[in-house]
Design a binder for this molecule. Structure first.
Ligand SMILES: [Fe+2]
Ligand SMILES: [Fe+2]
Length: 218
């Protein structure tokens, strides 16, 4: 993902907050409504952690389908190469979501935020399982549908992070210490960190929007 300066991150937060959300599909609205019903409407680190856990699965689904597609390219090396490039892209985004998840895990732990097993271990896995199946089936039927759902998901995440920073002005002066600095970089403050995560979500969204417009592999 593109690494920005703290000033650029601040400017990007302004861009997100000034941009209306995408028109969400029924499936996306159902997912966000479920998250609100189970975890409350308030933006919290714990709720965003659940979002990150679910965020990885479309990339996993696309990767799996792409590997199957490569198996069936039967000597069409150009096509196999193009599908493989998609696999590499999906894997990079999956890893980026993984860092988001690990950093949020660490923050929740550091702050001693209580989380019960049902809401923060069992239900997220159920949600992730359903979302994986949905992403997988849509990708098989029509890849653009799966990319569109992910674009909605990423757009929602981008706005949630940028709104979260706005709601917590005290985070501007709160240092961010992490054991993942080597992997995800260092940040001027907690606010600065969350702006980078929000910006990553926008990059994910834009990649899915680009993919939506492309013809399927043949
Ligand atoms: Fe994320
Ligand atoms: Fe994302």
């Amino acid at each position: 993902m593109g690494t920005l300066t703290p000033e650029q991150r601040l400017a990007e937060q302004g861009v997100t907050l000034a941009t209306p959300r995408r028109p969400y599909s029924l499936a996306a609205r159902l997912l966000f409504a479920t998250l609100d019903a189970v975890y409350g409407k308030d933006r919290t680190m714990s709720k965003l952690k659940v979002l990150e856990l679910v965020a990885r699965v479309p990339y996993q689904a696309w990767e799996q389908v792409s590997y199957i597609a490569i198996t069936h390219t039967q000597g069409r090396t150009e096509l196999a190469r193009r599908i493989h490039d998609r696999v590499v892209e999906a894997r990079a985004q999956q890893d980026n979501e993984q860092w988001h998840l690990l950093i949020l895990n660490e923050l929740v732990d550091q702050r001693g935020i209580p989380e019960d097993r049902l809401h923060f271990t069992v239900l997220p896995q159920v949600l992730a399982f359903i979302y994986y199946q949905l992403s997988w089936v849509l990708f098989i039927i029509r890849p653009a549908w799966s990319y569109r759902l992910n674009a909605s998901f990423e757009d929602h995440a981008e706005h949630e992070y940028m709104e979260l920073v706005k709601e917590n002005p005290e985070w501007e002066n709160e240092p961010f210490e992490t054991s993942f600095a080597h992997d995800y970089g260092t940040y001027a403050s907690l606010a600065d960190l969350f702006r980078q995560i929000g910006y990553d979500e926008r990059v994910h969204k834009e990649e899915s929007v680009t993919r939506m417009a492309e013809p399927r592999f043949s």
